[in-house]
Each structure stands twice: as structure tokens, then as C-alpha cells.
Design a protein around this ligand. Structure first.
Ligand SMILES: Cc1cc2nc3c(=O)[nH]c(=O)nc-3n(C[C@H](O)[C@H](O)[C@H](O)COP(=O)(O)OP(=O)(O)OC[C@H]3O[C@@H](n4cnc5c(N)ncnc54)[C@H](O)[C@@H]3O)c2cc1C
Length: 535
């Protein structure tokens, strides 16, 4: 713990990058030779979604492909909510992103002639998924990036260090409160990049690492930054159905190679749905969820389509199946939907800047607008690489800032999502409806306001998700309301929220009102409570 209530030091000139996944490491590498510090709560190459990425990275590099086609597929998946300019910039940057990764030594799979092998995934109109060691793309990318980072003297990696609070003054970053096994330390800095990944660990069924509990979102929101698209969580339709937490993903590429979804009777249930097994993820996830809700079991059957080639194409999935006693060559694989990707995030502009001066965000924690209401498969690694470049370019043009005193808040509890998981999973899962969401708001709000508790940060992120889901009275992309099953053109806009607006909306919802015209007394009340809770 901090020994002094007030720590006065010069603001450091070294930018701090929080997160050691693809987004964080690419930011650090792009900034070299500028000295930077990378914080990662888990050792590099572990406990990051980046390491677990299986299918690959989408880029229009095939002879029959071009960025305009990639853009069209991205916009179609995004169901009207993509930022078209951002999506255009990112899809156009795809081929250069692959080149950059090759430059860092990533060994992508190649065909007999030496050209990159390209996989197919749902809702892509072309084969454009660049992959490595079959389904080990993330592991290979992270191997190469971690090696490059360790060989770059300007990058200091602090493994086992967790950012617990961002300190601000006059809406500008002045420091980071970080914790490690040896205690808490406050490091002055005027520049922070959040690259902390997703929120899957807030749900009972997830494919994400346990540590993906949206800490970056809580850090940003408490510092005063805005969040966007928070209701949009992508549920992967095919996680290996075991009792574990998290669940192993059975990559979409398995369906891309022709595997079929069946129930315990052997019946295919996707036949009448356009796109069948390769329909957009939300469509497939809902079909699987409904089948399960009807009391069936659901399997992915790769026996005929892939058969004896399974372990060669999908060694990671094959190993997980073997550990669960399943042989995909002779047996169908039991699957269930699981929280997989968060389209929402910290609201950023085209340079990755947040509303707080000196605070940038990239990768999954950032709401760039690329994904809209639904992520096109394998677009997230691409976004992590490209958005890291934007952030690095912008940050490189800033100076270290002036010296400021840094006051410690003392609040440094480790986040514990245990209480939040059942609440969020019930209310904000594959299918959502008013009463469950309103009940979740009522349960989560007091948890958010319990200052200093281990549940407060996970509850805050969960509250943002359920409030946004409650306010969106339509279904779109990854957000499906059984009480509002249609998309409504008038609701086709992105929802930006701040901590204050979420607390106010939650209070109103808890009071049984959906009327958001603020009464002055109520606003003061919320502000006062927030003040108490911020300490
Ligand atoms: C099983 C699985 C398969 C996937 N397959 C694909 C795929 O094939 N293609 C694709 O494009 N996408 C895929 N995705 C999504 C993709 O992997 C992620 O969106 C992407 O890797 C996110 O990268 P990131 O750097 O933003 O976050 P991450 O890789 O999750 O890294 C986050 C980092 O932040 C650190 N961290 C978090 N909070 C703190 C804190 N408070 N202090 C310090 N450090 C912190 C973590 O330890 C970690 O190092 C997959 C995801 C999963 C889970």
C-alpha cells in the first residue's frame, strides 16, 4: 500500500501503455525508440485474448479480393452502426498490417507456392483470413511481438503490474496507480494508452481469459472518459461445452471448413437460415441458444467435412477436445454460446484519443466504431494492429507535459467479478428483455456505489452494459431484445455514456422511471453520491 497520502513527484515523461496484448505491444513497438513502459498484469504471452486468437487476421490480400469488398462485409456485419470512415481506414490498412507483422517475424501459414494461405470465416465474401499454425494465430503473433519487444531497449515491460486507477487533474492524465505483488505504487505520467482487452470474464460462459474483466473501461470511466456502444457484446456460438471457466473456443474456421451444427438427434437446425452455419455470429448464436433453451443439446459435427484432418488443421481445438475426452474425428463436439468479444469500448476519435487529455485507447477496449453492432470475424486483431499505429503516431507528436503534483487516492482493490457474473449473464446474454435488465440495474447499482469494494469496478462495467441494453429498445447485431425483436431505423445511432449519465440513468431505472429529463435535485443527489464514492 502507499505509505504517504500525498505523493509529490515530477510528472514522468515516459508514456505508460497498460496491456501486453497485440494492441499494447504494437503501440510500444511503433513508438520505438521513444522510451515507454508497458504494464501487464499477467506475464507476456499469457492471459491475453491475443494469445488465444485462433482463426486469424482478416485482410484483403487474396487475388480475388480488395479492401472495398472487405469494407462492405464489415459494414454488413455491423448492422448500420459502423463508423464508415474508420471501417474504410482499417480495411484499407489490412495488407500493410500483415506486412508489418511479417516484418516483426510472424510466420503465417503459406501454401505450396509460398503465398499466404487464406481461410474463410462467417460473413466474409472472400477467403481473407491470414492464419498461423492452423488455429494458433494469436500465439504465433504474440511470440513474434514479444520477442521484438524484448529486443527493443526503449521498451520496459513490467509484468505482474496492474493499473488500478488513473489520476487526473483538470481533465488531463497526471499519473497511474499500479499494484504488484510487492505493493502499490503511484507513477506520475502525462500520457497513458489503455490496451486492456475485453469484458468476457464478466460473464459465466466466456472464451476470454479470466482477467478480461473490462478494467480499462472502469479506469477510463472513473477518470471521466466516455464509453460507447456498451450494449454490444458478441457471443460466439461455438465454445466447447465443458464445466470449465473460461471455455475453449471452437473456431469459426471449423464451420468455414464445412462442419455442421446438429442437435442430439443428429438433425441440422441451421438449414432454413440464410447463410446456414456461416450466417453472422449473432444469428448462429441465437439459433444455438434457442435450441439449447428448448432442452436440446447442440454439437458441431466435423466428422464428414474435416474428419481425419482435424488435428492437423485445428491443433488447439483438437487438444481441448482430447482433454475433454472427445474425438472430433469420430464424435460431434458439444458446443454452447459464450461471451467472446466486446464491440463497445472507450470512445475514441480517429487518432485513438479519449475525452481525457493524455489518455488514448486501442485494441478491444477502444470503441473505434469499426465493428458497429457486430464484429466481422477476425477483424479485431486487424483493429488492434491498425489502431495501435494511430495511437502511436499521435502520441509521438505530443510532449511529456508539465510537472504536476500527484495525489494518491489510496483505492487499490483487486477487481473481483464473481458477484457480477451471474447477474450480467442472466440479464445481458444472447437474449435480453426489460425485466431482467431492470432487475440487473437494481442489483448492480449498490455494488457500484460500494466504494473500495472488489466488486465495484466489475459492477460498474456491468452496469454500463445493462443500462445501455435497457435503453436500446430494438434488436441490432449482437444486441437482441425479445421484447423488441426488430431493428428500428430511428434507433440506429451509437450511444455514448459517461459515468455520471450511467449513474443517473440507473437511478432513474431503479426508481421505476424511464423518464430521463433530469430534475435538478436528482442530478445533485447523484453528483453528491458520486463524489462520496470517488472519495
Ligand atoms: C479464444 C479467442 C479467440 C479469438 N480469435 C480471434 C481471431 O481469430 N481473430 C481475431 O481477429 N480476433 C480474435 N479474437 C479476439 C482478439 O483476440 C482480441 O480482440 C484481441 O486480441 C484483443 O487484443 P488487445 O491487445 O486489445 O487485448 P488482449 O490481447 O486481451 O490484451 C489485454 C492485456 O491487458 C492486460 N491488462 C488488462 N487489464 C490490465 C490492468 N488493469 N493492468 C495491467 N494490465 C492489464 C492483460 O493482462 C493483457 O496483457 C479472439 C478472442 C478470443 C478470446
Amino acid at each position: 500500500m502507499l505509505s504517504e497520502p500525498l505523493v509529490r513527484r515530477d510528472v514522468g515523461r515516459v508514456p505508460i501503455i497498460v496491456g501486453g496484448g497485440v494492441a499494447g505491444l504494437m503501440t510500444a513497438l511503433r513508438l520505438a525508440p521513444m522510451p515507454v513502459m508497458v504494464l501487464t498484469k499477467a506475464p507476456l504471452q499469457s492471459e491475453a485474448s491475443s494469445v488465444w486468437a485462433q482463426g486469424g487476421i482478416a485482410a484483403a490480400v487474396g487475388p480475388d479480393d480488395n479492401p472495398a469488398l472487405h469494407l462492405a462485409d464489415t459494414l454488413a456485419a455491423g448492422a448500420g452502426l459502423c463508423d464508415v470512415d474508420v471501417a474504410r481506414r482499417i480495411t484499407m490498412a489490412g495488407p500493410a498490417a500483415i506486412e508489418a507483422l511479417l516484418g516483426y517475424g510472424v510466420r503465417f501459414d503459406r501454401g505450396a507456392g509460398g503465398s499466404l494461405q487464406l481461410g474463410m470465416e462467417a460473413a466474409h465474401s472472400r477467403r481473407r483470413i491470414v492464419h498461423a499454425t492452423g488455429d494458433g494465430t494469436g500465439k504465433e503473433i504474440m511470440r513474434a511481438l514479444a520477442k521484438a519487444v524484448r529486443a527493443t531497449p526503449s521498451i520496459t515491460v513490467l509484468e505482474g503490474f496492474e493499473a488500478r486507477r488513473l489520476l487526473t487533474a483538470d481533465s488531463a492524465i497526471i499519473g497511474v496507480l499500479m499494484a504488484s505483488h510487492s505493493g502499490t505504487v503511484l507513477v506520475p505520467t502525462s500520457r497513458v494508452v489503455l490496451a486492456t482487452g475485453g469484458v468476457g470474464g464478466l460473464f459465466q460462459h466466456t472464451t476470454n481469459p479470466r482477467g478480461s474483466v473490462g478494467q480499462g473501461l472502469a479506469l477510463a470511466a472513473r477518470a471521466g472518459a466516455a464509453l460507447v456502444d456498451m450494449e454490444f457484446v458478441q457471443f460466439h456460438p461455438t465454445a466447447l461445452s465443458t464445466r470449465g471457466h473460461p471455455l475453449t473456443l471452437v473456431t469459426e474456421a471449423v464451420r468455414g471448413e464445412g462442419a455442421a451444427l446438429i442437435d442430439e438427434t443428429g438433425a441440422r437446425f441451421m438449414d432454413d437460415i440464410p447463410g446456414k452455419e456461416l450466417a453472422p455470429r449473432d444469428v448462429v448464436a441465437r439459433a444455438v441458444w434457442r435450441r439449447l433453451s428448448e432442452g436440446h443439446r447442440v454439437y458441431l459435427d466435423a466428422r464428414a467435412a474435416i474428419g481425419g484432418e482435424f488435428s492437423r488443421h485445428f491443433p488447439v481445438v483438437a487438444a481441448a477436445c482430447a482433454a475433454a475426452g472427445i474425438d472430433p474425428v469420430t464424435q460431434p463436439i458439444p458446443v454452447t454460446p459464450a461471451a467472446h468479444y466486446h464491440m463497445g469500448g472507450i470512445a475514441v476519435d480517429s487518432r485513438g484519443r479519449t475525452a481525457i487529455s493524455g489518455l488514448w485507447a486501442c485494441g478491444e477496449v477502444a470503441g473505434t466504431g469499426l465493428h458497429g453492432a457486430n464484429r466481422l470475424a477476425s477483424n479485431s486483431l486487424l483493429e488492434a494492429v491498425v489502431s495501435a499505429g494511430w495511437v502511436a503516431d499521435d502520441l509521438a507528436g505530443t510532449s511529456g507535459g508539465r510537472n504536476r503534483p500527484v495525489a494518491a487516492t489510496g483505492d487499490s482493490t483487486v477487481a473481483d467479478p464473481e458477484l457480477v457474473r451471474p447477474i450480467l449473464s442472466r440479464a445481458a446474454g444472447v437474449l435480453r428483455e426489460h425485466d431482467d435488465l431492470a432487475a440487473a440495474v437494481t442489483t448492480l447499482l449498490p455494488l457500484v456505489l460500494s466504494a473500495g469494494s472488489a466488486t465495484a469496478d466489475p459492477a460498474l462495467v456491468g452496469l454500463c452494459i445493462v443500462v445501455a441494453a435497457l435503453l436500446r429498445q430494438e434488436s441490432r447485431g449482437g444486441h437482441y431484445r425479445t421484447d423488441f425483436p426488430q431493428s428500428v431505423e430511428a434507433h440506429c445511432n451509437r450511444r455514448i455514456m459517461t459515468l455520471d449519465s450511467v449513474l443517473y440513468a440507473a437511478d432513474a431505472i431503479r426508481a421505476g422511471s424511464h423518464h430521463h429529463a433530469a430534475s435538478e435535485a436528482k442530478q445533485k443527489h447523484v453528483a453528491r453520491r458520486e463524489q462520496d464514492w470517488r472519495g
